[in-house]
Design a protein around this ligand. Structure first.
Ligand code: ARG
Length: 593
């Protein structure tokens, strides 16, 4: 099903062509206030200039008149547009017919996609997000990347099909630090690699591993002989010695044991098979450097191999160190090439914090010049700001330590549980403790995700339990509650079929709600274009608010038929739209709260 915006665009494009024989974007937008109708075309001003340049002088108002004279909106409007629909210098206002809107909503209520069209041409997309580092805790920056990247992936999946979205978890599983870690592992007592209380056994947790990392680093910094051993170890690892390879694998496995459960708790779709860590690209790095040298893009400079991305006077991007050894940039260059040539992606998205802006700019620029990313490939870096504490400084625990994600999620679930308990207690409903825990989990985890997703990702954002768990405002609990309410209305109403007489929109609050529901597809398309999940949050928040307006003004269950059935249908489409929207954000929506 086409969006209303798109149907209008087609009708106007045709009218403009019929009137002036030119192809022009009709510049259709949603009207800012009801006084200007539901949608507007703002094309007349531009057309006037364009025609004047061609020698014909026509005022924007005259142009608007001629467009209208050629316009056929069919049943979308109650009467053909006239001069009263032209405002100011030449804006054309479009007021949609309530009966047409009702018919449209009726159709959408039967559409499993709720009127969201599939992309006209599916594009294969790779989304690179999360990317935790081995032997280290996942930090809040990784949390943001994970949450935002997953929402972006879900939205694109919805438009382009799941088969066209490839998630890639570029974990930091390679580099010189592994020499030190393996050497330290080997210094453990006998075969059980336990070091001063920090054991690396198959059962051990990342907290231990991180302590292990700290100790290895300390030893490395203090002990020259150990340093030497670590360096030799890294060479052995890189040349594929089985013993070193085994030890390395063990450390990677330990880390995966820590972050994989976090993805599950966060309701994030990343799985082990989405992992393409830095190590995966090892076999390609030498060739990447060679190719760039051949193309004259990479040169020797002070013993290293570098690319002067920003000109000879600016610091270059290093791709091979003096004496050998590749870098973060080399791996990402290999990644771009792999994703385009092997995964056949036409769109690459990297959701990582804004401090990596320069890195990705340089990588993209080089990949373009190298010919790996042609004009048919879109490269997007979708950065996000820093997560801040209430004090406006980077988010830390009270004692100033970095926050462990596991603890953060535990706290979220506990807080959500308390809210669920309170709510059910105050209404005297008897929900089992198990159900309350599930609802609490949805609330708590949903709150963390939603508070992140609902801010424009490019800005820093302040983490606040109070705000994110509030029942009012643009929060997860508010939306989840709105959803549960629509469901409870339906439960009270008992089983109903779709309204025999179709949906009828007579009250202003009904019309306002209906028009918003009909914009769902437009909202999703904008989110996918701008890669900004907060626009979906805003859409859903408006939807919940408009639903409240409807529910306060229009009795549902107490109404007589056929109004009752029509309003129940409106409740149902609202519920399904809320649910679909929350699903696209990866946020759960319990049936009851
Ligand atoms: N491991 C990196 C970090 O912790 C993130 C990886 C980002 N992805 C990429 N393709 N470079 O900062």
């Amino acid at each position: 099903m086409e969006t209303i915006q798109h149907s209008l665009e087609q009708a106007f494009t045709k009218a403009i062509h019929a009137a002036f024989g030119v192809a022009a974007d009709p510049l259709i937008t949603v009207s800012a206030t009801p006084q200007f109708g539901d949608y507007q075309s703002n094309a007349a001003m531009g057309l006037s200039k364009r025609l004047a340049a061609g020698g014909t002088k026509t005022s924007p108002r005259q142009i608007a008149e001629q467009v209208i004279a050629n316009l056929d909106l069919g049943k979308m409007v109650d009467a053909p547009l006239g001069t009263r629909d032209i405002a100011g210098p030449g804006f054309i206002n479009i007021r949609l017919s309530p009966s047409w809107l009702a018919g449209r909503l009726d159709e959408i209520s039967r559409d499993p996609r709720l009127g969201v069209p599939r992309a006209s041409a599916a594009i294969r997309t790779v989304v690179d997000y999360s990317g935790p580092n081995v032997a280290k805790q996942m930090h809040v920056g990784h949390l943001r990347s994970t949450i935002i990247g997953d929402a972006i992936s879900r939205v694109i999946e919805h438009l382009h099909g799941a088969e066209n979205v490839i998630r890639q978890n570029h974990i930091g599983d390679w580099g010189t630090q592994f020499g030190m870690l393996i050497a330290h592992l080997r210094h453990g007592t006998g075969n059980s690699p336990s070091v001063e209380g920090a054991s690396v056994t198959p059962e051990s947790h990342i907290a231990d591993l991180e302590e292990f990392y700290r100790q290895a680093k300390k030893r490395f910094d203090e002990d020259a002989a150990f340093q030497d051993e670590a360096r030799k170890t890294v060479v052995r690892l890189q040349s594929g010695e089985p013993a070193e390879r085994d030890a390395w694998q063990k450390i990677v496995l330990e880390t995966r044991r820590d972050y994989q459960p976090i993805y599950l708790r966060l309701n994030v779709k990343l799985r082990e098979e989405d992992e393409r860590g830095e190590s995966f690209y090892n076999p390609f790095l030498a060739d990447v450097v060679n190719h760039l040298k051949q193309k004259g893009l990479a040169v020797e400079s002070e013993g290293a191999t570098v690319v002067f991305v920003d000109g000879p006077d600016k610091p270059p991007m290093i791709i091979e160190k003096t004496g050998g050894g590749y870098l973060y940039a080399t791996t990402d260059l290999a990644g771009v090439r792999y994703r385009i040539q092997e995964l056949h992606a036409k769109h690459l998205i990297y959701t990582h914090d804004s401090r990596q802006a320069n890195h990705f700019r340089q990588v993209f620029d080089t990949a373009r010049k190298a010919g790996w990313a042609g004009n048919d490939v879109q490269l997007d870096y979708t950065p996000f700001g820093t997560m801040l504490g209430a004090d406006g400084k980077p988010f830390k625990t009270r004692s100033g330590d970095t926050v462990k994600l596991k603890d953060l999620l535990d706290e979220a679930e506990e807080r959500g549980y308390q809210i669920a308990k309170e709510k059910s207690g105050s209404r005297g409903t008897d929900i089992s403790d198990e159900q309350l825990k599930a609802i609490g989990r949805a609330i708590g985890i949903g709150a963390i995700k939603y508070s992140d997703l609902s801010k424009d990702r490019t800005s820093d954002y302040v983490f606040s339990w109070e705000k994110m768990l509030s029942m009012d405002g643009n929060t997860a609990p508010y939306l989840q509650y709105a959803y549960a309410r629509t469901r409870s209305i339906q439960r009270k109403a008992g089983k109903t079929d779709s309204p025999p007489a179709g949906i009828n929109l007579t009250q202003p609050a009904e019309l306002i709600l209906a028009k918003h529901i009909l914009r769902f597809g437009e909202a999703i398309e904008i989110v996918a274009r701008d890669l900004k999940p907060h626009l979906l949050c805003l859409y859903l928040y408006d939807l919940a608010t408009k639903f409240s307006g409807f529910f306060e003004n229009c009795p549902v269950i107490q109404s007589e038929e056929p109004i009752r059935a029509s309003r129940l249908a409106l409740c149902d489409v609202t519920a399904r739209t809320l649910a679909q929207g929350l699903d696209l954000l990866g946020i759960e929506h319990p049936e009851q709260m």
